[in-house]
Design a protein around this ligand. Sequence first.
Ligand SMILES: Nc1ncnc2c1ncn2[C@@H]1O[C@H](COP(=O)(O)OP(=O)(O)OP(=O)(O)O)[C@@H](O)[C@H]1O
Length: 502
Amino acid sequence: MTVQMEWAEKYRPVSLGDVVGHKKVIDDLRNWGEQWEYGTPEKRAVILHGQAGIGKTSSAHALARDMNWEVIELNASDQRTAGVIEKVAGSASTMKTLTGTSDKRLIILDEADNLHGNSDRGGARAIVDVIKKASQPIILIANDVYGLSSTVRSLCLELKFGSVQSRSMVPALKKIASQEGIMCGVGVIEKIAESADGDFRSAVNDLQAIAMGRTEINIEDISTSERDNKESIFKVVGRIFKGKDVSSALEATYNLDETPEDLIHWVDENLPYQYTGKGEESLTPDIIAVYSYLSRSDRFLGRVRRRQNYRMWRYAGMLMTGGTVVSKTRVRGGFVKYQPPSLWRKMGQMRSRRNMRNNIAVKIGSHCNESMRYSRLEVAGMYSRLILEDEYAADVVAVLGLDMDEMLHLLGAKKVTKKLQALYDDAQYKRQAFIPTDEPEFFVQKSAPKKDPSQLSFDKLPASNNTSLDSAFGNDSSKKDEVTAPAKKEVAAKPQKTLFDF
Ligand SMILES: Nc1ncnc2c1ncn2[C@@H]1O[C@H](COP(=O)(O)OP(=O)(O)OP(=O)(O)O)[C@@H](O)[C@H]1O
């Protein structure tokens, strides 16, 4: 028996011109590629992001093909520690190509939003360094752009791949069917394209599955061979808000991949938008009625949690769906874009803020030999004050080894400005001066000048390092030019007066 090749793979776009949809993004990607013909563009790396199966990886390879570039790809299955990234991407991004047939080599880092966990230890930080130094084009591929650090994002051109529209899929699917010798009846391809929900790979896979063992497909074949599509939450919420029939609203939830615990948040979030018409007050009687059902439903959800009796979910589901349906006095028209529950976003933000705060406390604790809890409650405030002083800011960042996000958090800043980027770069520079490469990060604190004065000896450092160490030693930077190297040695030998007097 011959194994049939997957059509999605067989018909993978070869050139950017073959990519279905995404016209603007593809134009931008092509422009960026062409800029490399004339030197190094301002943004050396691009982030292609969007849901799975819509052509991000294919577009990256197609660009390389169009530009006649070699490709080096680092997938999530590869070990992507800082060492490996620097070795593979770092050298690839600065050296000449292997074959010499093309003068550029494209580095593709797939699933770049998954650069954490043990195996990718240090990988995220390594990317920043690689991008900054790269003399070859780099493409990062991510489903969720927020999975990348703000530092990486600030260095890259971000291109978002939206869903592929079904009308763009239709001609491409028809072409595949005709090349495979499959006759399609009226509406067949359109139906497959619509059910794919913007995912072109699913559309091609569906077409192949339906066509298996057939030379002709008709609309009836689709309804029997259609995938058991899970209802999308957006469709179900729409049916609950707009439907008039309690049982069909409830049935819609049976095929949903969400628990009643989640569904209630969706209803709660979108209810005020859907049940308020033009010119109506924000709290209509309909909304009040629905909330009374939701609160009763929530009581059942509480009982389920306490007693672990999941049979009670059915009462909760009935109250939240049926209650919403029967509470409306009229169906309000107009398009409402349903939003995911903002509570989840807030909880996610709180969790990541808490993690960030704890990470910083661990670093502060390591610096001043205190527990994380004590550092967070008693000491962190002082560091937050210090980092606001221009004189100490870079030293705090350098000594604690803060990454960009942690620095922003401690400063209370929302985004990376040029000034903050300069501060961060300055701190990295100082950090390199403080830390011997083969020692752990907090060696600095342990290595008092008495033990190993050569490490902090000014005359062993280049002139620029001396400047960065001035303020680390608590010197007034405005006077640095007047102090000679031997004089500085004396300063270093004096007993510690400030936190940063090592
Ligand atoms: N826009 C598109 N144009 C042409 N083919 C596409 C498109 N999107 C997906 N495909 C097809 O689907 C397959 C998967 O595409 P691709 O790997 O580029 O998706 P992706 O967005 O990178 O998703 P993932 O992150 O899951 O890899 C390709 O082999 C290709 O045949």
